[in-house]
Write a protein that binds this ligand. Structure first.
Ligand SMILES: *Cc1c(COP(=O)(O)O)cnc(C)c1O
Length: 423
């Protein structure tokens, strides 16, 4: 009875799905009791592990107080506490947090805020967005407009609002193109939106920090807002708490979108973080036109904020970023030794614990991504490809032993699929 997203249901049963019953740490356990290492962190949301006692306790403690109260016009102690903790660590000046439940909505909110910011300031004409090729910002119509094509979304083209698009991270000179475009269109642009450091859904296309810094400086110089969509990269994925930090301390997004790892994979929560300057542009008369008329029923759910706050504390207490760095280094060397240059493997791209292994099936064979992941599943490693890119997104607490096993199984699975095709 379940209709699975991004899934052709007519082929569902043939694509070796598992049905999870429970999980322990970094392993999920299916209804038949089989265990799988969750090497995609439950589609990029899980960080520390599943069923983490401290995070479980944060939820149950909050449940003993209140599960949810609306943020529309009223406050909630736990939400305030999490917003304060988050504002202290995001690379956004004088941060203010507007909560929602999904990453796509965090992007919608950022786009609407950027648009209205200029209206509120009485500066007309700033109505367009610059977005990158291969971008992915979520599946609602606004987020889809900012995102590039792919995933069969072209059919929605008539619903998309037009954006200015310059090449994504697959082009070595993407930053120069984007900077030139900012210069040429500064008077028309409301904002530039990027996925800092990694275009995840595009197959883990990676950027250099200096290029991000270059674009950030151009936005600042020309007075164009910068939106950083850190839905995938936030909360430690790349080895820093936020990927934007790689671009240096002068790189200060005006708006930042957070989601996925924000609750460690526990509950739906997302956030649009706005700078104090943006926030101030919305101050005006009660019920007046400067108000942000946007909000979601479950935005800033107290249970979700309780687990998010505990999660943020644990990232520091457990020194999770140090583990990401150590395990990511090992992962890089293991990939170099066992995967790069193997028959059937094209490029391997990595930033922290975000990896895309692009397969290059000999003779144009199809569905290699699927088949490699199916072989890995047989060997206890849960993966999901993006087309012919096998994604590795292991939990941030992954051990050196576990990462060794993941790469061993991946290499063996690629080898097996290659052998099958030769027969
Ligand atoms: C996943 C993702 C989104 C969408 O988040 P949802 O919670 O799935 O709506 C937006 N932007 C980026 C960069 C993402 O990776």
């Amino acid at each position: 009875m379940v209709w699975h997203g991004f899934t052709q249901m007519a082929a569902y049963a043939g694509n070796s799905p598992i049905t999870v019953e429970r999980a322990e740490g970094r392993e999920v356990i299916d209804v038949d009791g089989r265990r799988y290492f969750d090497a995609i962190s439950s589609l990029w949301v899980m960080t520390l592990g599943h069923h983490v006692p401290e995070l479980d306790a944060a939820v149950t403690d909050q449940l003993g107080r209140v599960a949810h109260t609306t943020l529309l016009g009223n406050g909630n102690r736990m939400v305030v506490e999490f917003a304060e903790a988050l504002a202290a660590v995001v690379p956004v000046d004088d941060a203010h947090v507007l909560f929602a439940s999904d990453g796509a909505v965090a992007v919608e909110q950022a786009a609407k805020i950027a648009f209205q910011y200029w209206v509120n300031r009485g500066q007309s004409g700033h109505t367009r967005f610059l977005a990158l090729g291969d971008a992915y910002h979520g599946d609602t119509v606004g987020a889809l407009s900012l995102g590039d094509g792919g995933f069969g979304t072209e059919l929605f083209d008539p619903l998309r609002f037009p954006v200015i698009r310059t090449p994504g991270y697959a082009s070595p000179d993407w930053a120069d193109k984007a900077v030139a475009c900012v210069e040429a269109n500064a008077e028309e642009l409301a904002a530039v939106i990027i996925e800092p450091l990694v275009q995840g859904a595009a197959g883990m296309l990676v950027a250099e920090p200096e290029d991000l810094a270059k674009l950030g400086a151009a936005c600042r110089y020309h007075g164009v807002l910068l939106i950083c969509d850190e839905v995938a990269t936030g909360f430690g994925r790349t080895g820093k708490l936020f990927a934007s930090e790689w671009a240096g301390s002068d790189f200060r997004p005006d708006l930042m979108c957070l989601g996925k790892g924000i609750t460690g994979g526990y509950l739906p929560l997302s956030a649009t973080v706005a700078s104090g300057e943006i926030f101030a542009a919305f101050e005006g008369a009660d019920l007046g036109e400067k108000t942000l008329y946007h909000g979601h029923s479950y935005g800033g759910n107290a249970l979700a904020c309780a687990v998010a706050l505990r999660h943020l504390q644990l990232i520091h207490q457990w020194d999770v970023l140090a583990n990401v760095t150590v395990v990511a280094d090992r992962l890089a060397s293991l990939l170099r030794d066992h995967v790069v240059g193997r028959p059937g493997v094209g490029a391997v791209r990595q930033r922290g614990l975000m990896v895309g292994v692009e397969l290059d099936p000999p003779g144009g064979a199809t569905r290699w991504g699927r088949r490699v992941c199916a072989e890995a599943l047989q060997r206890g490693i849960l993966l999901r490809p993006l087309g012919d890119v096998v994604v590795l997104m292991p939990p941030l607490t992954t051990t050196l032993e576990e990462i060794g096993l993941v790469v061993e199984v991946l290499a063996a699975s690629i080898g097996l699929v290659g052998e099958q095709d030769q027969r």
